[in-house]
Write a protein of this length. Structure first.
Length: 190
């Protein structure tokens, strides 16, 4: 089902797809899952498609034999670890974000479930830092067309093909967004 821009609204669980020529390197050609949105408090989200050069097992001693790359969640508090997962029914304190998508929860349980192989590579995603906007800031950026809104899809989050999410999310929106998704990263070629 193709999405109409007029039907979408910014809310927890929305996807933000950056416009193709965004200059800010933190957000260039990114897709962000909004995990917390209150108009009066601002917005928190995680970049889904910026893989880092090291794995969670390199960061956390209690996690081994789990070669999952960490992802850059955004420029705010880059020393903090966050995670999204699909196991909210068995992880205490998980926050539901959308169908099959949960944020956070009991980290000791996460480590145990990874060690016992109940959680696999397609069930969780770890992020360092997050993306944050003050009240009204993201709404202004949406009005300026810096971002396109889309509905969240757990396949974007737990897929191992993270680099293609930007293009795939635009193609899923259909119409002129499909054309935007085909644009070269070199604006001179367009």
């Amino acid at each position: 089902m193709k999405e109409s821009e007029s039907q979408l609204r910014l809310e927890t669980g929305s996807l933000l797809i950056s416009e193709p020529f965004m200059i800010d390197e933190h957000f260039r050609r990114t897709v962000i899952l909004v995990v917390d949105y209150l108009k009066s408090d601002g917005t928190v989200g995680f970049v889904l498609n910026k893989e880092m050069d090291f794995t969670i097992e390199e960061l956390i001693d209690e996690i081994d034999e789990f070669p999952m790359k960490l992802h850059y969640g955004g420029p705010v508090a880059p020393e903090t670890l966050h995670f999204l997962h699909c196991k909210g029914d068995i992880i205490d304190d998980s926050i539901a974000i959308g169908p099959g998508i949960y944020w956070g929860g009991n980290f000791d349980q996460i480590k145990f479930l990874i060690r016992t192989k109940v959680i696999g590579l397609f069930d969780i995603q770890f992020f360092l830092g997050y993306s944050g906007w003050s009240p009204g800031q993201l709404e202004e950026e949406l009005e300026l067309k810096s971002w396109f809104l889309a509905e969240a899809d757990s396949n974007y989050i737990f897929s191992q093909k993270k680099r293609d999410i930007w293009k795939t999310a635009l193609e899923h929106k259909g119409d002129h967004f499909s054309v935007i998704g085909q644009m070269s990263t070199d604006s001179i070629l367009n």
